[in-house]
Design a binder for this molecule. Structure first.
Ligand SMILES: [Zn+2]
Ligand SMILES: [Zn+2]
Length: 220
């Protein structure tokens, strides 16, 4: 591993969907008034020391929880490595997980949360291990769906690193069903995305799950 360099700005803009949000203080105050009205109508007493600031806190928390829309400049750096061909380049996996993530489902704007496991087989570029966590959070901290988060992680890693393969496994609890449901056991939704060598090589997929501590292919 040697040179650190910045990848093409335009390419990364496209890959990471960097869109700074512009929400004025005046708009925020308007939103707080809406929330105060909704909370009151639904039964929350806002005239107590504990709840007086709740509309404000709620709007700020919602804003912070969706900061993924603004991108992450720390993701702009990748490292060069040498592709020596052979088994190193076909089979050697870099795997990170569990990476805890929280997201908001775009259907109900309620949280779903769980773990991500991300793997890739490097070719000529690698990324710092902590960046994989950043990548997961970048796409999770939005209004989204589990399938899209997995797809975006896989697509972006492909675009950033041109690796020989990418594997993404996500498992999550969805509060929009669990909070209102009656089932005692809450289900876990599992999604996988495979690119490159993982797509064609079942033994790589099996090895990925074992390395993640999910020996039965995520069916824990
Ligand atoms: Zn939902
Ligand atoms: Zn290679």
């Amino acid at each position: 591993m040697a040179l650190e360099y910045d990848i093409d700005e335009e390419q990364i803009q496209h890959a990471l969907h960097l869109y700074p949000r512009h929400v004025s203080e005046e708009q925020m105050q308007t939103f707080e008034r809406y929330m105060a009205e909704i909370f009151t109508a639904f039964g929350l007493d806002l005239n107590t020391p504990a709840t007086r600031e709740t509309p404000r806190r709620y709007i700020r928390a919602l804003f912070d929880s969706t900061e993924g829309y603004e991108g992450d400049p720390k993701l702009l750096t990748v490292f060069e490595t040498e592709c020596r061909g052979g088994p190193d380049c076909r089979l050697s996996q870099v795997i990170e997980g569990p990476i805890h993530f929280y997201s908001l489902c775009e259907h109900h704007a309620l949280p779903f949360h769980g773990h991500a496991y991300v793997g890739y087989i490097a070719h000529e570029h690698i990324i710092g291990i902590s960046k994989l966590t950043r990548l997961v959070r970048l796409f999770a901290r939005r209004f989204s769906v589990q399938e899209r988060i997995g797809q975006q992680i896989a697509d972006t890693l492909e675009e950033m690193l041109s690796p020989h393969g990418v594997a993404v496994y996500l498992e999550a609890h969805h509060l929009c069903t669990e909070m209102r449901g009656v089932r005692a056991v809450s289900p876990i939704t599992r999604t996988t995305f495979w690119r490159g060598n993982y797509d064609t090589d079942a033994s790589l997929r099996a090895e990925f799950f074992v390395a993640c501590g999910l020996p039965r292919g995520g069916q824990t």
